[in-house]
Design a protein around this ligand. Structure first.
Ligand SMILES: N[C@@H](CCC(=O)N[C@@H](CS)C(=O)NCC(=O)O)C(=O)O
Length: 275
């Protein structure tokens, strides 16, 4: 039997794309969780020496990198529901939209979630502009590719979780039902189609990660006001008591971040916060 291994990360929308595609085709695989932010495995570095990122698909010992390339490989290698349309023009269009998703939508939407002030406003405007274009492509269709889930839907997975969860958490309104009814319907269809529903991303774990990230972003506001707060790898480090914001006996409550004196002494890191 073919040996299929996926080097991925549970929280990555890119490695999630590959899991969805493998499940769609009914391919059995071994998932190898990579610690991408702390210590990448020697195997990941060996198989993806160019980008050093997940996902990497290993098929009978041969590595394939980059999620969109892997999706096409899976489609061409295994029988089962098509990921790309058969018609050459439709295929070209699907490739066009996934490129648009990765090159335009994803960066703007991510920036809208995790920046502040003017930068965030600009990113929100940009994200709205791109989402309007996507909304237009959904006219009269359940999924981007028609009646069943395909390449564009799989590539757009980050919208449903990796954008919607932070939007909720950070509390801004870009992708609302009122502004984007078709995209919201698509999201509903996507999240409820059996292949996605049976393998949902770990929502609670993702929410916890996004909450910590939100604290770090909030702390960046402080960073500008007080040099004694530093942010490394989305962890807030407090070097000293910060005299900003509302003060209590033991804590100093700051904009969106609660400084815990105990964790400050123990590890210099904020363990809980006011997200
Ligand atoms: N264009 C790549 C993006 C993959 C990517 O950004 N992966 C992230 C995880 S979401 C990663 O491995 N990051 C590790 C790093 O940047 O060092 C793809 O489509 O596969």
């Amino acid at each position: 039997m073919a040996e299929v291994k996926l080097f991925g990360s549970w929280g990555s929308p890119f490695s999630r794309r590959i899991e969805v595609a493998l499940k769609l085709k009914g391919v059995e695989y071994e998932f190898i969780e990579e610690d991408i932010y702390n210590k990448k495995s020697p195997l990941l570095l060996k198989y993806n020496p160019v980008h050093k990122k997940v996902p990497v698909l290993l098929h009978n010992g041969k590595p394939i990198c980059e999620s969109l390339v892997i999706l096409e490989y899976i489609d061409e290698t295994w029988e089962g529901p098509s990921i790309l349309p058969k018609d050459p023009y439709e295929r070209a269009m699907a490739r066009f939209w996934v490129k648009f998703l990765d090159e335009k939508c994803f960066p703007a939407m991510w920036q809208a979630c995790w920046s502040i002030g003017e930068e965030q406003e600009k990113a929100k405007e940009e994200a709205t502009e791109f989402l309007k274009i996507l909304e237009g492509t959904l006219s009269g269709k359940k999924f981007f590719g028609g009646d069943s889930i395909g390449m564009v839907d799989i590539a757009a997975n980050f919208i449903a979780y990796w954008f919607m969860l932070p939007q909720e958490l950070v509390g801004f309104e870009v992708l609302t039902k009122e502004k984007f009814p078709k995209l919201n319907e698509w999201m509903n269809e996507y999240l409820n189609c059996s292949i996605i529903k049976e393998n949902p991303p770990l929502k609670d774990k993702l929410t916890a990660v996004f909450r910590a990230r939100f604290q770090a972003v909030s702390a960046r506001v402080l960073l500008k006001r007080d040099r004694r707060v530093r942010v490394f790898d989305d962890v807030v480090h407090v070097e000293d008591v910060v005299e900003v914001g509302e003060k209590t006996k033991n804590d100093t409550v700051l904009t969106g971040v609660e400084v815990d004196r105990e964790s400050e002494t123990n590890s210099n890191a904020i363990q809980r916060g006011g997200a």
